[in-house]
Structure formats: C-alpha cells, structure tokens
Design a protein around this ligand. Sequence first.
Ligand SMILES: NC(=O)c1ccc[n+]([C@@H]2O[C@H](COP(=O)([O-])OP(=O)(O)OC[C@H]3O[C@@H](n4cnc5c(N)ncnc54)[C@H](O)[C@@H]3O)[C@@H](O)[C@H]2O)c1
Ligand SMILES: O=C(O)C[C@H](O)C(=O)O
Ligand SMILES: [Mg+2]
Length: 643
Amino acid sequence: MLRSAAPMLRRGMARRTSGRVKVIGAASTAVAPSSPSLPPRRTMTSGGGDRLRGSSWGESIPDEHREPDEETEGEWEGCYRKFLTPISVGSRGVEILYNPLFNKGAAFKGGERDRLRFRGLLPPRRMNIKIQKERALLEIRAEPDMIRKHIILEDIHDRNETLYHRILIDHMEEMAPIIYTPTVGQACSEFSVLYRRPRGMYFSAEDRGHMAAMVYNWPQNDVRVIVVTDGSRILGLGDLGINGMGIPIGKLSLYCAAGGIAPHRVLPVVLDVGTDNPALLKDKFYLGLQRPRLQGSAYYQVIDEFINAAAHRWPNVLIQFEDFSSDKAQTILNKYRNEVLCFNDDIQGTGATSLAGILGALRARGESPRSLGDQRILIVGAGSAGMGVAQVLYQAMIEHGRSPEEAKDCFFVADERGLLASDRLGRLSPEQAMFARDGDGGLSLREIVNKYKPTMILGMSAVGGLFTEDLIRDMAKHCDRPIIFPLSNPTSKAECTAEQAVKWTDGRCIFASGSPFDPVEMENGKTFYPTQCNNMFIFPGIGVGVTLCGAKTVTDRMLYVAAEALANYLSEEELALGKVFPNLSTIRDVSKKVAVAVIEEAIRTGQSSKLSEKDLRDLDAFVQSKMYDPIYVPLIEKRTITI
Ligand SMILES: NC(=O)c1ccc[n+]([C@@H]2O[C@H](COP(=O)([O-])OP(=O)(O)OC[C@H]3O[C@@H](n4cnc5c(N)ncnc54)[C@H](O)[C@@H]3O)[C@@H](O)[C@H]2O)c1
Ligand SMILES: O=C(O)C[C@H](O)C(=O)O
Ligand SMILES: [Mg+2]
C-alpha cells in the first residue's frame, strides 16, 4: 500500500525558532528529535542539487512526488523516491557493488540489477533501506564494546555510504560517540592494526615534488571540504602520526550527516611528516613513515606544497586544519587564513563552540550576554584550544562594548607552570602573551581560585582529573553557580567527570564537557543532564555556509555569528534541564542555522559570490535544499552513444 508520508511528517517533525519548539510542515527537511509516540523521522530532500558525475543527489521535491511511507509499504517497495533524477555511473557490475558511494546492497531493484548487469551477483530477496538499517542496528547494539561498534559502522561506511549516513542521521545521539569522540580516540590509537580499506589521501615527506600531480589520483572533481591533520596532537592523546587519520574521517562523517555535505565532496587527508612517538617508531604494524618528524622549513614546505596542490585542483575547497600541535597550529592558520578558504577547528571552532556554551550558561543563570564581560574566566591549558577560546571570548566582550583592557582583565590563563604572567613574556607565544597578567605569575590553580574567585573554569589541558575535589569545592564556595567545562578529549583526559562536578558543587554547577557523559542521578532524586561542548556543533555549519555562498575566507566574525546561532538554538526546555547545548539529535538543524548565519555574514561583507537572487530570498530554504539526504537514487549506466 502506497501513501504519502506528508501528513505524518506534518504531525511529526519539529524544529525550533528562537528557543521554542514548533511543528513544521513536511516541506522542511529538518531532522527532528525522535519521540516514541511519533513515526520514524524522514528527511525529505531529493534530486537535482547535489550532483555527482552529471547526475543528482539532493534538492527538495514537491509533496506530491514524495516517496511512499516506508512504514506501510511492502518490504522491497519504496527503495526509491519517485521522480528522482538518476545518477549515471561510469561503471557496471561488481564495480558498482564495491563502490560505497553507489552500492545499495540488497536494496538494488530488479530493473537496476539488469540495467547494471549484476543480476545473480546478489541474493535474490530485495530489502529497503529501513530493513537494512534495522539489521545494522541489531548488530551494532548487540556488541557491548565501543570499538567493535565502531568497526561495524566503519565497515558499513566502506560498503554503503548511503546506509551509513542514514544510520548516523536517524540515530545521531547513539552513533556520534561511536564514530567520533570518544571512541575515535581508540580507533586512532589502533588505526594501523584495524586498517582495512583505503579512505582519504596520505601525503608523505617522501611525496615532496609530486603533490600537485598526486591530488589528481583522487577520483572526485568536486571536493568541497578537506579535513587535514599531521597527526601531531590527536585529541589529548599526543603524536599518533598517520594513525590520526581516524580524526579527519570522523569529522567528515559529521560534515555529511550533521552538515549535509554529500560524501563524494569530502576528502580526509593526513600529512605524514614522520612521528616523534617512540612506540610508533618501532611498531612493526605502524603504517606511516618511521622517521622523526620534519622540523622547521622542511615541515612548512610540505604543508605549503599540499595546500597549493589542493587549492589548485579544487579552487573553492574549504580546508579544515585539525589536531595540529599547538607550536604549529597558529602559525599555519596565520599564514593561510587570508590566502585560501580555511580555518583551524581546534582554535576557532572550539572558541565559537565554547562561546555558545557560555552564553547558554549565562542564560541559565538568568544573566544577559553582556554579562560575559563581568565574568572571571579561568582557562586551564594554554595550547591552541585554550588560546582559541580566550580569543573568541575576548572578541565577544569587545563586541558587547567592553574596552580591550577591561576584556583582558577577565582572563586568568594557566598551564602546568601556573598562571601566565609578564614574568614569562619572552617565552610565551603572542597569543599567550596577550592574556598574561601583570603579576602573580605561577600561581597554582587553587591559588588563582581563592584569590580571584573565578565564575567559570574551562579545561583544555589534556590532563585527566586535573580539576580536583578541593579545587572545585573552593570554586563553589565563591560562586553560586560555577560554570565548569572540562573540554579535553577523549573521556580519559577530561579534567573532571560530570558526576564529580555535580557532587562537589552540590548540584549547583553548570557543566559541559568535550566528550559525552551520562546523566547523573542527584541526591535530591533529580537528574542532572550534562551536555557536550564539542566543536562538532560548529564546524559542519561553517563548512556548509562558506562553501554554499562561495566565500573566499573564513572570518572571525563568521565564527562569532555561528556561535550566536548555536546559542540561540538552545530551547527553554533544554535550559530547564540544565543543558547548555542543544540535543545532538537536532544537530542537522543546528548546522543549517549556523550555515545561514555564516552566509548572512558573508553577504554583509561581500563574500557571497555564488548566490542568486532566488537563493537570497529565503536562505533557510536554500540551505535546506542543498543538504545531502542519504536516500537511494536510481542508477543508470553512463554510455557514449554513437550512430
Ligand atoms: N571540546 C572540544 O571541542 C575541544 C576542541 C579542541 C581541543 N579539545 C581538547 O583540548 C585539549 C588541549 O588541546 P590543545 O590543542 O590546546 O593541546 P595542547 O597540548 O597544545 O595544550 C595543552 C595545554 O595544557 C597545558 N598543560 C599541560 N599540563 C597541564 C597542567 N598540569 N596544568 C595546567 N595546564 C597544563 C599545556 O602546557 C598546554 O598549554 C585536548 O585534550 C583536546 O582534545 C577539545
Ligand atoms: O575531536 C574532537 O572531539 C574535538 C576537538 O577537535 C579535539 O581535538 O578534541
Ligand atoms: Mg581537534
């Protein structure tokens, strides 16, 4: 039985505006939070916008052409939506079955099996994506071990990208910790041993002089986003060399699922400049170059050659720098930020995300965003993340009318040698020096807390357990609702756990962490809901925004408006539960709002070369229409017809 899904969608899909939850029409493609009383969410997008090899993936289709409701249809009907422009593929037979971008496994229809010449190469029974997803979920959920779940999901990624992204989108809260932080940390640590199939590109020190040609080995002409690491600081786990590849892969999975960039448009990259990790240098299974890291100009030449090669082949590509060690990260960003479309996620993405979380926390305290400039902010860890956050918060204070001096005075930045102050000026980076205090150099964390009574403490030290009971109890003495953000990843590096923060502050803290924590049952019987302060709330939307509008650079102000959009997304209901970030299940809608804010900022500064009059009329609908939606699109064989 076939019938339109539109009425169900009208009932079931929700999105927020200005912190409120609203029911919206089926025309929206937003992914709304699932609810046990509602039918499974469907996202409604379709053919035309997101083109692959001359055919389509993406854009909105009118209601009357929507796919039949999978709930009520036969088990192999509805594998496709009606009226989707087919994708023409340059291959046939087994080649398609082994191409994860095109493979649909048992969901290939009969006609397609004939057309593409693989009838007989698959078991006869056909299934739709819903049944395939159900089967995958059974397998994932039956496995208690997070890394084994990760392997199962990444195997699906390697076989069938459509199914993989469908699973991520429909079950984001459950899947994000498996494919991303924290499990991706373990996946990176074991990358060489777990390695199965190639994904992404590796440019090594031995490829110098060849990179401009090597980029043409990548089969896609329209790459929009590259996430690149040199593996030198993978989460808080240090130098993992090429094993860090798991990070660009995980980030780009979120670009696709949470941001709506189509999978053929993303490229994970590792620059293998060696490793200084002694264990990897002698590990017989390690897949990277077993030599010390390049240093100085030799190192920067590799970076330069790669960036030039990538920007030459894909002139509009966004390059996201990820997990570069702090001694190089800012230099690289400063060098390229005005030359190519790029940003550093750990510096700028984390800054914007933390600002959003802090604005949410101020709202939870009943304070206005302007009160940011009244805070005393203790930042623990003066690496790229810590200094990136300090910079963005500082800019936000200036934006809200504080003078540079007033703004700087709000900050207390500490590393393992204590409070950063002018006595260390010669040994501090320019970013650190900007926040060095005039006196009290070397004060310990407890001394800072007891002398300056900070209202918030943000951990980016990569030292698990650094926020001790004494420290947090002291903070809670001086502050009614202390803001406690242990942002280091993965979980083992978190400066404290949610449970500890709640216990040591008698439930008064406002808490968010880099890696997820489970809800905490408090002594008064209430439940405390920790939220995740992770740059995943920002980078997909930035990427979608700048690539859709044709921006040439990622500006600081784009990051600021992105943070505001994220902060505004937080609903009153979430705030009431103590959350300072939206539920992960809404991340696709969050990314859309972030993208719209970024595009508006690009328009304001004349950086929106790609947008037409029609696009500008309704930016929300425009972004929505361009978001990749993992559905099975009919395939046809590409042929050259000669008469
Ligand atoms: N939640 C997020 O979205 C997010 C984003 C980026 C980075 N991070 C996390 O932040 C952490 C730091 O990242 P980074 O790139 O800045 O790394 P980094 O290694 O450059 O910085 C760590 C900083 O902590 C300082 N430090 C070390 N031991 C300390 C101690 N005992 N007391 C105080 N300070 C100490 C170091 O001197 C350094 O300044 C990592 O764990 C990373 O995973 C989280
Ligand atoms: O990767 C993450 O989870 C966040 C951040 O980019 C980090 O380096 O920790
Ligand atoms: Mg990172």
